[in-house]
Design a protein around this ligand. Structure first.
Ligand SMILES: Nc1ncnc2c1ncn2[C@@H]1O[C@H](COP(=O)(O)OP(=O)(O)OP(=O)(O)O)[C@@H](O)[C@H]1O
Ligand SMILES: [Mg+2]
Length: 307
């Protein structure tokens, strides 16, 4: 069991299911709706916790009632340690509203609210607590100057860092992430990072080598139906792993599940090849189940531990 600090966003998410997404001045009645507390990093934390790790979530909520609800759900339902979730005075808790039509397409409105209030004080606190952890998992929706400081501090203290790349692609200075153990964009994120197109496997290999020019750590690009590609530190050429062919029901969240299972297995076995195989197997199972929340709740995360 590892002790992992996940630094991330917290949202009160409402999803409305409608026949057609309303345009300006239009009105629609939802056939159903769901409310959850979520985010990409919360998905990852839930999976890491289900795999038996001790997960401390570092984040911010507002001082409205949703903040307390979020903390309670993270602690009681998702079994995360909420010691490092801070309530920001005079702020709201982050919110996401999704309106999803019968084809599964959504329109999304996001209010970052307390999630954007990370500052130097968090870095000072981080410096005091990080030594207690085996790995730090974070994403590029943090203010980039703070993310660079987090990576530096982990490097000084010899703590592994895994970075997901969902935001701010054009602004990221890969050289400043150089001391991170892993960076893990998906296909679209790698395209945005490099301002290129990744259609073929050759394109993906080329993308790894382009990233290598600025970043010396381990590069892991997930490639949806094509599996993933990895370029390890000491290797000159990237290695491709195929995804299993499966009947797809819903791919949403498969990347978060892949990354969480990869991190868990890497920490357990210290073997990248094995960690990728287990992560791919679990991600393949995850796309057969509808809904991220439902997938995390119902998937058997130990299916592939004996691979
Ligand atoms: N269409 C698919 N067919 C087979 N496997 C898939 C498919 N989409 C995703 N996967 C599995 O999930 C893993 C992660 O998928 P992907 O590269 O799309 O990550 P992501 O874009 O971060 O996730 P998401 O699309 O859920 O946000 C893949 O490596 C693969 O194992
Ligand atoms: Mg994807």
């Amino acid at each position: 069991m590892s002790k992992i600090l996940v630094i991330g966003d917290i949202y009160f998410e409402t999803q409305y299911f409608v026949e057609k997404i309303p345009l300006e001045d239009e009105f629609s009645i939802a056939s159903s709706a769901t409310n959850i507390i979520g985010s990409k990093t919360i998905n990852v934390s839930r999976v890491l916790s289900k795999k038996g790790n001790s997960i401390y979530f570092y984040g911010k909520v507002g001082d409205n009632e949703f903040g307390e609800i979020a903390k309670t759900i993270l602690r009681k339902t998702y079994t995360l340690n909420t010691k490092y979730i801070f309530t920001v005075l005079n702020s709201q808790t982050g919110q996401i509203s999704l309106v999803t039509n019968s084809d599964g397409k959504s329109s999304i409105t996001l209010n970052l609210a307390a999630n954007k209030l990370f500052n130097q004080e968090d870095i000072s606190r981080f410096k005091k607590i990080v030594i207690d952890f085996d790995l730090v998992y974070c994403a590029t929706n943090l203010p980039l100057n703070l993310l660079y400081l987090i990576v530096e501090e982990c490097s000084i203290k010899n703590i592994s860092v895994f970075i997901d790349i969902p935001n701010q692609h054009k602004l990221i200075k890969l050289k400043k992430l150089n001391n991170a153990t892993f960076i893990a964009p998906n296909r679209q994120e790698a395209e945005l990072l490099l301002n290129t197109k990744i259609n073929t496997l050759e394109d993906a290999k080329h993308a790894c080598l382009e990233i290598r020019k600025s970043y010396q750590g381990i590069i892991l690009i997930t490639l949806d139906k094509d599996g993933c590609i990895i370029l390890e530190k000491e290797n000159e050429l990237p290695v491709h792993y195929k995804a299993e062919k499966v009947d797809i029901i819903d791919v949403a969240g498969s990347g978060d599940i892949f990354r969480a299972v990869f991190v868990d297995s890497w920490l357990k076995y210290n073997n990248i090849d094995k960690a990728i195989r287990i992560a791919l197997k679990t991600a393949s199972e995850s796309v057969k189940i509808r809904g991220v929340d439902n997938t995390i709740d119902s998937l058997n995360f130990n299916i592939s531990n004996n691979e």
